[in-house]
Design a protein around this ligand. Structure first.
Ligand SMILES: [Mg+2]
Length: 228
């Protein structure tokens, strides 16, 4: 008997393009003003220092403030996974969500499915490689309203990588359920494989652009509602 439904975000509850077409361009647009207006914010000070250090090591150059900003903009364009950029982007997105400049994209079939799950007395969890803070922002300020009161558990890569069996075992331990009581939804076959190896039930979610796999798949959560 399933007790917990566990959801991936990107490509499952949320359009995979949300990050690239909404979040990245927003941070690019706001970065210069944000940094200039918050250059004494301790997180920003530390991040700017880290950028300078990296460039010093890689290019033997000393950067002034405007050059650091240019470098950060360059890194957004090439999607460089640098901690300093992630920190500043996180701060900019916090502002964007709370100012309602954009909403976290959630597909319209997600909320009715969440409601049905809760109706049946079952639980909802999220497992995404984005930080728990970022997960709560997406669902808290979503296109479907604030869904956070519906969600009991959030997991990020603190429990381990999404393609590792152990991570799913850890999620079962932390929720005090047996893996067989958890059903995991994702768009990535390697993640489904790992969850299945841990003993969870799985379904491949096929949104526009996702390639099918040998796993059982659905393209809309409403398909599931009749089985609950
Ligand atoms: Mg995904």
């Amino acid at each position: 008997m399933i007790k917990l439904f566990l959801f991936d975000i990107e490509g499952t509850t949320t359009d995979i393009n949300f990050v690239h077409k909404v979040l990245f361009p927003y941070s690019e647009k706001c970065l210069k003003d944000y940094v200039l207006n918050h250059q004494n914010h301790p997180t920003v000070v530390k991040a700017l220092e880290d950028v300078r250090k990296t460039v010093q090591q890689e290019e033997q150059k000393q950067l002034g403030l405007y050059e650091v900003i240019e470098k950060l903009l360059e890194w957004i364009k090439i999607d460089r996974k640098h901690g300093a950029l992630k920190e500043i982007q996180g701060l900019i997105w916090d502002v964007g969500y709370t100012k309602n400049d954009f909403k976290g994209h959630v597909y319209p079939d997600v909320k009715p499915f969440f409601m049905k799950i809760l109706d049946k007395g079952l639980k909802i969890g999220i497992y995404s490689s984005g930080s728990i803070h970022a997960q709560k922002l997406i669902f808290g300020y979503s296109t479907e309203g604030d869904l956070t009161p519906m969600i009991s558990y959030y997991f990020d890569t603190q429990v381990g990588g999404k393609r590792e069996r152990k991570s799913y075992q850890r999620i079962a331990e932390e929720t005090r359920l047996s893996p067989a009581e958890i059903h995991f939804f994702s768009d990535i076959p390697e993640e489904l494989e790992a969850a299945q190896d841990a003993g969870m039930g799985i379904t491949h979610i096929l949104r526009a652009g996702t390639k099918p796999s040998h796993f059982e798949a659905v393209s809309d959560f409403r398909v599931f509602m009749d089985f609950l």
